[in-house]
Design a protein around this ligand. Structure first.
Ligand code: SAJ
Length: 439
């Protein structure tokens, strides 16, 4: 099928869509396109996940408004079918790929999942198929990896027998459907004609700008927008360290800085976690670094943010010293183990860094998190016998804690607040990140 015919079938929704990867990106994508009237085939290698979806049950934990109901509806109507069998992808005219694209311990892109998906897709690609990668990619990946692997696995040539595009996802946990529908997307086609076909596809579900671009621009935009956020968080964290050293209060400083036109200082805190921000900056810089370009700011920001959990251990050490307790044989209550408030997602959580650092010093750690099954419990009970509490995640429920009860449970009234989530307390040794410590 030629691109013009494919474009027409996309426009009139007779094109069949395959979505590879039924995770927190692919599953909502499959649901919204099915809801829009396309016939959608969801593909995943995890049979349990596929069975759950086929039963109309969402495998995604956490609060995702509207997703469970939408999934149940489109499975019931038959708009969405799911399978583990790539053979069924032969019928698809368009295929999106949403699999994880992490970095390894050396901060280099780790494309195992992407490579596996491409090698499985290649042999079953329908002639004239449009393949769109939605996973976040290091600039240059579409042309240096996706294209050659697909051509090799299919024996077909891109631009002639199939078409390639990159439309990076912009979903956020807790707002998956909202973002899919109302956040603009960059449509990076290998050619302008492919870009036009991509825009015709996404306009069925996206009620925001669909910005035409080429592949490398789309790769650069997504990784740069997250590196931008990481660098700005690092700036806030470094100002916090300065305030602690010179007798300032970063939270007041931030409020007043942001009254200056064109300023938007982000929030300092106990660290930067999640599935995007810690790794996308490394994707952005990877190719340039390989070519010897001196990239300094973005790696430095990563290093600042990665050390914030260790700074929390330092604040704890100082606070415990005020009550004559050595951190090495103390018992510490860590409040919050997820990477983000009011979420159950623990990926790359700063708390794991703090807990590991404390345990390496022989410190006993008790972890509480209302969103993580193994760490749920009655907070005050878990505080019994602890020498101090450390707030790592500003879960809403923590604002309702009875601090007098908590204080009576602790061996000493020591609290270190990594998110400025707790108002000032009297009678406590209360240390907040970014505030100078006046014992
Ligand atoms: N964080 C700070 N200070 C801040 C903001 C965040 O320390 O001012 C920390 C958070 O505690 C968390 C980490 O950074 O540990 C990441 O938080 P995030 O608010 O950036 O949330 P994410 O990781 O879900 O980021 C996603 C990104 N979306 C995509 O990649 C598609 C990001 O681009 C969005 O800006 C972000 O959601 C958002 O705004 O919610």
């Amino acid at each position: 099928m030629g691109l013009d015919e494919l474009h027409a079938r996309i426009s009139d929704k007779t094109a069949q869509l395959g979505v590879i990867g039924m995770g927190y990106v692919g599953l909502p994508v499959a649901c919204v396109f099915a809801k829009a009237g396309l016939s959608v085939l969801g593909v995943d290698i995890d049979p349990q996940r596929i069975d759950k979806i086929a039963a109309g049950v969402s495998p995604i934990e956490g609060d995702e408004p509207g997703l469970a109901e939408l999934l149940s509806e489109v499975v019931k109507t038959g708009g969405l079918r799911v399978t583990t069998d790539y053979e069924e992808v032969r019928a698809c005219d368009v295929v999106t790929i949403s699999v994880e694209t992490p970095v390894d311990a050396d901060h280099r892109p780790a494309y195992r999942a992407l490579g596996s998906a491409l090698r499985s897709l290649g042999p079953v690609m329908k002639p004239g198929v449009l393949v769109i990668v939605e996973s976040t990619l290091a600039p240059g990946t579409m042309m240096s990896l996706v294209k050659p692997v697909l051509e090799d696995a299919s024996g077909k040539r891109a631009g002639e027998h199939f078409y390639l595009g990159h439309c990076p996802e912009r979903v956020m946990p807790g707002r998956l459907l909202n973002n899919l529908r109302f956040v603009s997307r960059v449509c990076g086609g290998e050619t302008p004609e492919v870009t036009a076909a991509m825009i015709s596809l996404y306009c069925h579900v996206v009620q925001a700008d669909l910005d035409p671009a080429d592949c490398v621009t789309a790769e650069l935009v997504k990784t740069a927008e997250n590196a931008y956020r990481d660098v700005n968080i690092a700036f806030a964290n470094e100002v916090a360290l300065i305030c602690e050293a010179v007798g300032g209060d970063v939270w007041k400083v931030r409020d007043l800085v942001n009254k200056s036109p064109g300023r938007n200082m982000l929030l300092p805190g106990a660290g930067v976690g999640g599935h995007c921000i810690p790794k996308d900056p490394w994707l952005l810089v990877s190719r340039a670094q390989e070519q010897g370009v001196p990239i300094r700011l973005i790696p430095a920001a990563r290093e600042i943010n990665d050390t914030m959990p260790l700074h929390m251990a330092k604040l704890l050490d100082q606070a415990l010293a005020e009550v004559g307790t050595a951190i090495d044989n103390a018992r510490i209550l860590v409040m919050g183990y997820t990477y983000l408030e009011n979420s159950d997602d623990t990926r790359n959580s700063p708390s794991t860094v703090l807990v590991e650092a404390l345990r390496q010093r022989g410190t006993e750690v008790v972890i509480h998190d209302p969103y993580v099954a193994e760490y749920q419990g009655e907070l005050v009970e878990m505080a019994m016998g602890c020498d101090a509490a450390v707030m790592m995640v500003a879960h809403e429920v923590y604002r309702a804690v009875d601090f007098e009860e908590l204080r009576s449970a602790l061996r000493s009234p020591v609290l270190v607040d990594g998110r400025h989530a707790i108002p000032s307390l009297t009678g406590w040794v209360h240390r907040t990140i970014g505030q100078s410590f006046t014992p």
